[in-house]
Design a protein around this ligand. Sequence first.
Ligand SMILES: [Zn+2]
Length: 344
Amino acid sequence: MLATATPGAAMNLLELPPISAPLPWQGEAWNRLQEQLESGQLPHALLLAGPADIGKARLALALARLLLCHAPVAGHNCGTCPGCRYSQSGSHGDFRWLQPEGKSKVIKIEQIRDAVAFAFRTASFGRRKVLVLAPAEAMTTNAANALLKCLEEPAGDTHIILACERLQGVPATVRSRCQLLKLPLPPTTQCLPWLDHLTGTREASADLLHLAAGMPLRAERLYRESGSDSLQARHAGLQALAAGEPAVARVVSLFSQLDLALALEEIALFLQQHLRQQRAATLPDCRDHFHLLDRLQRLRGAVAAGSNPNPQLVLESALMGLRDCFGKPQGNATMATRTGGIQT
Ligand SMILES: [Zn+2]
């Protein structure tokens, strides 16, 4: 199995538990997949589509391990058969998981060529083979074209599972050859009990889920990366700036304890939440916020691509921009030009 350590939400396939179950809010989708599997109608190519951080890759993993299990128990992989033991250790010869490798943001044609060769080989166990691609929109055009061969003429009992956040980011030629399974943002009522195991209290879970814009895996990541208290303090700092607090330095000091990429993500998330609420209230002018959001995305991209700006300057610039755009109801998005060496 190709198991690579990649940044962001990449799946770590070297530390799996014996059993990979779907997440609590994926029951409906899971039941449908199981019914298809039991009736022999599971499509050879499946495309899981839905918002970020809701667990699409985890569902793909649960299905992949179920398909590779020799003796499933209660609708899940058994955790003890040879298939499960190999998939747990990341060494199953009939399993490939493709995701961007290293610092790359794309799935390259070389990876797909290897996967196509895999798909046309005989299964090691003489059973099924499973190929997962996540995120599918990370495929380059050439990579997507190379994958078509697999999708058009599926070899033997090979299952291809793709996961994507933006359907339009997946070429139509690929989409049209897959059965689409849409996964919506899960209801709060199903996310909160799951988060309670992490935070210990319902109140903390509710705050955390709110800060993560309803995306449960993002809430989990935020919590694990910085803990609930400091997350709350930063959020309160952003709210104070949005309410007109002039002292940016205090909020900068809160964010400077975070990795810069995470800090920028959190500030962008705060803006996105605001914009969502504004849309709901049909308030007219959010141009400044959109401009700032664009600049934050560019900064995040530059940091992810290996730029090494001065974090203090970047944070000052971003947070001054945030304070200013909330303070100015019309046009004139301002964001200080000092961004620690990154042109925005
Ligand atoms: Zn098993």
